[in-house]
Design a protein. Structure first.
Length: 194
């Protein structure tokens, strides 16, 4: 990048530093830092030629880390978010994503893309699982897979897909399973209902 490096500093009304960044030719280039009013760092990340690059961090006002995301030439890669109590909230590594409740119990686990195994949890136990194969990557209506398989097929253009959904009782036993062969259900004593 050619040009003069210009530093921009913004202040709160009382003179405390609010943010500091660098530009070259109008594009962000270098470390951008922001501070909470109490002086605690709130954000820090590097930019190259106007694109985020490297690790970016955010913090709550009390200094507890709230978010970090790894960028590679403007594209986000791995990402982690935390609750204000310091427990993990969400993590995306490669193609998978995991979410937790604030008490650290797992909430959901699924691939970053629509295809693969999706799992929902209640009280730390698997409550439901959905496996998807050959779904249209342009279709963003994945929430219907868990709720209604036909709606998902219709919403994604009727592609030849494979979707298998399994729901579980609190004791961990299968309650319901739906796939291309039809539906099956069991009572809590594992007696097949249909």
């Amino acid at each position: 990048m050619v040009g003069e490096i210009k530093q921009n500093v913004m202040h709160y009304p009382d003179g405390r530093t609010k943010s500091k960044l660098y530009r070259v030719g109008g594009s962000l280039h270098g470390v951008w830092s922001r501070w909470h009013y109490n002086g605690q760092l709130s954000f820090q990340g590097n930019y190259v030629n106007g694109r985020p690059d490297g690790m970016h961090y955010s913090w709550f006002e009390d200094g507890v880390k709230s978010h970090q995301i790894l960028y590679d030439n403007g594209s986000s890669r791995d990402e982690t978010q935390w609750y204000s109590n310091g427990n993990k909230r969400r993590e995306r590594v490669g193609s998978s994503k995991i979410e937790w409740h604030s008490n650290s119990q797992i909430k959901s686990k699924f691939p970053h893309t629509m295809n693969g195994a999706w799992s929902w949890y209640k009280d730390g136990q698997v409550e439901a699982e959905t496996y998807c194969k050959n779904l249209d990557p342009e279709c963003n209506n994945i929430s219907n897979v868990k709720l209604n398989l036909q709606e998902e097929v219709d919403a994604c253009g009727g592609y030849p897909i494979e979707v298998r959904t399994t729901r579980y009782y609190e004791n961990g036993k299968k309650a319901f399973e739906s796939n291309s062969d039809g539906n099956q259900a069991w009572d809590e004593g594992e007696k097949k209902l249909y």
